[in-house]
Design a protein around this ligand. Structure first.
Ligand code: 5GP
Length: 116
């Protein structure tokens, strides 16, 4: 898996604009540029992890921060009442297109299962 710079580092540095919805010490969250649901937000850690497969034991706390940030985002966006989905795509077969760990927060409609 590539460790080259991705679009998300540029977003973090403010070189590429994003529609920010949440930020704290550990994470940034912004609207996905190509939404797959009425609400589709990406949560990324401010320190790069490529994906869950590449995460180390030292990343345990940060991975937890990503989940807590995703929960905050979902609540902020009003998804609590009806539910939502959190997705981490990992590697080629997982459909990961950006090699920087991100949690998709998807909601606003009933989502099908299983995924394609
Ligand atoms: P993946 O396919 O890696 O799980 O998800 C990457 C996501 O990043 C995709 O849903 C894609 O639409 C989103 N994305 C790619 N480039 C940009 C960008 O420049 N800005 C934003 N906001 N989202 C992006």
């Amino acid at each position: 898996m590539s460790n080259n710079e991705t679009i998300f580092e540029k977003i973090l540095r403010g070189e590429i604009p994003c529609k920010k919805v949440f930020e704290n010490e550990h994470c940034l969250a912004f609207h996905d540029i190509s939404p797959q649901a009425p609400t589709h937000i990406l949560v990324i850690p401010k320190r790069k992890i490529v994906n869950v497969m590449e995460a180390g034991d030292e990343d345990a706390q940060l991975l937890g921060e990503v989940l807590l940030a995703a929960r905050s985002v979902a609540k902020q966006e009003g998804l609590d009442a009806t539910g939502y989905r959190l997705v981490f795509n990992n590697g080629a077969d997982g459909g990961q297109s950006v090699d920087y760990l991100h949690c998709h927060v998807l909601g606003g409609r009933a989502l099908a299962w299983p995924p394609g």
